[in-house]
Design a protein around this ligand. Structure first.
Ligand SMILES: *Cc1c(COP(=O)(O)O)cnc(C)c1O
Length: 379
């Protein structure tokens, strides 16, 4: 790759991140649940107005904790989109629950709530809503469906921190929300995540599962005089050095989101006419959703047009990418019965979607180069 190549993603890091990492490192207090972990959790809990937030080692691990908190196991079913990252589903399969794949809507590419009801059985224990690209799923409808039947709604909000659905923060509407702070997400510490606990009664058990199944958190608060093994659990606590980096990103959240919003809007303005002429389409953001500006994608008119477009961009030193391979048709998804699912929109979209380079701090010149290259593609 030459110096002129434009990456798909680049972490938006400043001196502040380094300052916070240095503070944590020099404090000598670098294991988990130190001062920066507490500050991140307090900041997120207050910003989102929820009873509990726990930093985790990843969004995947936060999803695994949801499966444990729901006591899922063999015989249970979880309704999931097929068009998502692997761990939105594998975290539940890991506990032995069976994924029941649901298709997405053709506009937002979010779980099609109208199909969820038809997939519910007496074994259904949870519905996983992934807010694709940081645009909210139809949460009112999903909540109504779940609440009426005592089914847990889990929001995989890896893309959507600080996005809103009808004024409510994404991640705060279901019983649980999960966040990712992986390098490719809006706010990052390299690898990290958070579990958002929207019911106060889940907080104590979540603390225990996250701390290897021990009641260590209560011990450190002085609520008990010794700590011991009390429940299922694993090691889901990130180092305070990572929390320090994350804290800097959260302190900069307005700057980061404003930068991403500007990049997104410039793509939209520059590419709308070109896309229309090509028979491609840009992302759809319903009026009642405030998106989190996680990605900018294009739906190309055909799989061949996508392949040609990716090659065209690559030849110009620009890394555009695609995702997701439908999970119901994946090797392991089929082993779990995915072959029986009917998800035609997922299959179609997965063959035509392209993501443009998109990150906070993307320079005007970098974005101009991407736009110029795209506009030179005539199909
Ligand atoms: C990135 C992502 C995850 C996993 O996040 P990690 O923090 O890397 O575990 C889960 N779900 C979705 C939708 C994602 O995009």
């Amino acid at each position: 790759m030459s110096d002129h190549d434009i990456p798909f993603n680049r972490a938006f890091i400043t001196e502040l991140e380094l300052t916070r990492i240095r503070e944590a490192a020099y404090s000598g207090r670098i294991s988990g649940d130190g001062p920066f972990t507490r500050r991140c959790q307090d900041l997120l809990r207050e910003a989102l107005g929820v009873p509990g937030v726990l930093l985790t080692t990843s969004c995947t691990h936060a999803l695994e904790m949801c499966a444990m908190l729901l006591d899922l196991g063999p015989g249970d079913e979880v309704i999931v989109p097929s068009f998502t990252f692997v761990t939105s589903v594998s975290a539940f399969a890991l506990r032995g629950a069976r994924p029941v794949f649901c298709d997405i809507r053709p506009d937002t590419l979010n779980l099609d709530h109208e199909q969820v009801e038809g997939l519910i059985t007496e074994r259904t224990k949870a519905v996983v809503a992934v807010h694709y690209a940081g645009v909210g799923c139809e949460l009112d409808a999903l909540r109504a469906i779940c609440d009426a039947r005592g089914i847990a709604l889990v929001e995989d909000n890896a893309h959507g921190l600080f996005g809103r659905y009808r004024g409510q923060w994404l991640g705060t509407v279901g019983r649980f929300g999960t966040q990712s702070f992986h390098e490719t997400k809006n706010f990052t510490c390299g690898e990290g995540g958070a579990l958002i606990l929207n019911r106060a009664e889940d907080v104590q058990r979540a603390e225990i599962l996250r701390e290897k199944g021990t009641n260590r958190a209560r011990f450190f608060r002085g609520e008990i005089d010794k700590y011991t093994w009390v429940d299922l659990g694993s090691s889901y606590v990130p180092s305070d050095v990572l929390a320090a980096m994350l804290h800097a990103q959260l302190e900069r959240r307005e700057e980061i989101q404003a930068s991403r919003a500007a990049v997104w809007r410039r793509y939209e303005a520059a590419l709308a006419d070109w896309a229309e002429g090509l028979g491609a389409r840009l992302p759809v953001v319903p009026a009642h959703c405030e998106q989190a500006f996680h990605m900018f994608y294009l739906l190309m008119p055909s799989p061949d047009a996508r392949a040609a477009f990716l090659a065209h961009m690559k030849a110009r030193g620009i890394l555009a990418v695609f995702h997701y391979v439908p999970l119901h048709l994946s090797e392991h998804g089929q082993r779990l019965g995915g072959g029986d699912a009917s998800c035609p929109v997922t299959v179609d979209v997965s063959e035509r979607l392209v993501r443009l380079p998109f990150f906070g701090g993307m320079s005007d010149a970098e974005q101009a180069a991407v736009i110029e290259a795209a506009l030179a593609f005539g199909g």
